[in-house]
Design a binder for this molecule. Structure first.
Ligand SMILES: *Cc1c(COP(=O)(O)O)cnc(C)c1O
Length: 365
């Protein structure tokens, strides 16, 4: 698979050109010239690898600078970078919950939050999707230990927002600690792109831990946790996926700084992907295609069986559109789907073409 031109959503797949409707490069930053330049310059200056873990000599000035900028961006005291979002979530859960504690997670949480809860050694409770009342019953039944609640901010396979104000209120009533993984919200939603917490106007007191990833809207690689001084110190001391792994390459930190700066300086990128999302929804609805409630660039079309989703995905590819079929175990049985993601890099005509193709491929029988 090869990108034909920077800031285009065209890829070449098995020798044929098609439009990519399944990347998470929402703002079109993965191949942005400033981001690429920052990466190359930093690699020339500092080399490709970080050479060691953060606590030895791997943590460099570029990581420090990125962490300061992330703390400012998220309005929190401090931030810490991890090498991936998967590792950030494993490290966070393990650092905050011990055997005598309990971890609660939405049943549709990203796999890394579920695995984080499992590996923490604490008792793991999964509550029915966005069911805050069910979560509260579980919290009320906990007899001892601390309670850690983990949720996606934007659910990665559905595109819908978690009911964060209600979750924060429930956590406050039960003295539970709330951590939100906003991998798909940061850079995209909220008045100024600060993600789902900004969208709902939630403070660091209500949501003490915020996880973000760089591989989605920021177009690079890696992740971070933002929170209080105390939280970040705890992670440095206890997050095993921070301590026992090679630091993020400094050039990736440099590229991420550039991507963050571009995302702030060019709000039109966010406005454009959201406008394209609205356009897609209008056109698809007019064409009789059934959509979910998502208002984010993640637009799933539920088809039920894995076979139906695969057939639709293949038929779209024939028409020049690459849309992944998402099947169990990534999603629950009988909810196989096409997961369409929109990007600033898409042209209007590409979105129109996709809807026309979808109308052929998935119209009700
Ligand atoms: C992609 C994603 C992750 C994992 O991030 P990586 O940096 O790719 O490991 C974690 N949480 C959510 C919600 C994600 O969508």
């Amino acid at each position: 698979m090869r990108r034909e031109t920077p800031e285009s959503a065209e890829i070449e797949l098995d020798g044929r050109r098609c439009v990519d409707f399944c990347s998470n490069d929402y703002l079109g930053l993965a191949a942005h010239p400033q981001v690429v330049e920052a990466f190359i310059d930093a690699a020339r200056m500092h080399g490709v690898g970080a050479r060691a873990s953060h606590l030895v000599t791997g943590h460099q000035a570029l990581h420090e600078a990125l962490e300061r900028e992330l703390a400012a961006f998220t309005g929190r005291e401090r931030a810490i970078v991890f090498s991936t979002g998967y590792m950030a979530n494993l490290g966070l859960a393990r650092a905050l919950a011990r055997r005598e504690d309990a971890v609660y997670g939405d049943e549709l949480n990203h796999a890394s939050l579920i695995d984080g809860g499992r590996l923490s050694g604490a008792k793991l409770h999964r509550y029915p999707h966005v069911d805050v009342a069910a979560l509260e019953q579980q919290l009320a039944a906990q007899e001892s230990g601390t309670a850690l609640v983990l949720t996606d901010g934007v659910f990665s396979m559905d595109g819908e927002l978690a009911p964060l104000p209600a979750l924060a209120a429930a956590c406050s009533r039960h003295a539970a600690y709330l951590a939100v993984d906003d991998a798909h919200g940061l850079g995209v939603i909220g008045e100024t792109g600060r993600g789902s917490l900004e969208q709902f106007g939630l403070t660091p007191t209500q949501v003490p831990a915020l996880v973000g990833t760089f591989g989605k809207a920021f177009g690079t690689f890696g992740a971070f946790v933002a929170g209080s001084e105390d939280l970040i110190e705890t992670l440095i001391q206890r997050a095993r996926t921070y301590i026992y792994t090679t630091a993020l390459p400094p050039a990736v930190a440099a590229a991420t700084r550039a991507a963050l700066a571009v995302s702030i300086a060019e709000p039109w990128r966010r406005e454009r992907v959201l406008a394209l999302t609205r356009r897609f929804r209008e056109l698809a609805t007019a064409a009789g295609i059934k959509l979910g409630p998502s208002e984010t660039p993640i637009q799933p079309i539920l088809l039920g069986s894995a076979e139906a989703a695969m057939r639709a995905s293949n038929a779209l590819l024939e028409r020049g559109f690459f849309v992944a079929a998402i099947r169990p175990p990534t999603v629950p049985a009988d909810t196989s789907r096409l997961r369409i993601t929109l990007s600033t890099a898409h042209r209007d005509a590409e979105v129109e073409g996709l809807v026309a193709a979808l109308a052929d491929v998935v119209s009700p029988e």
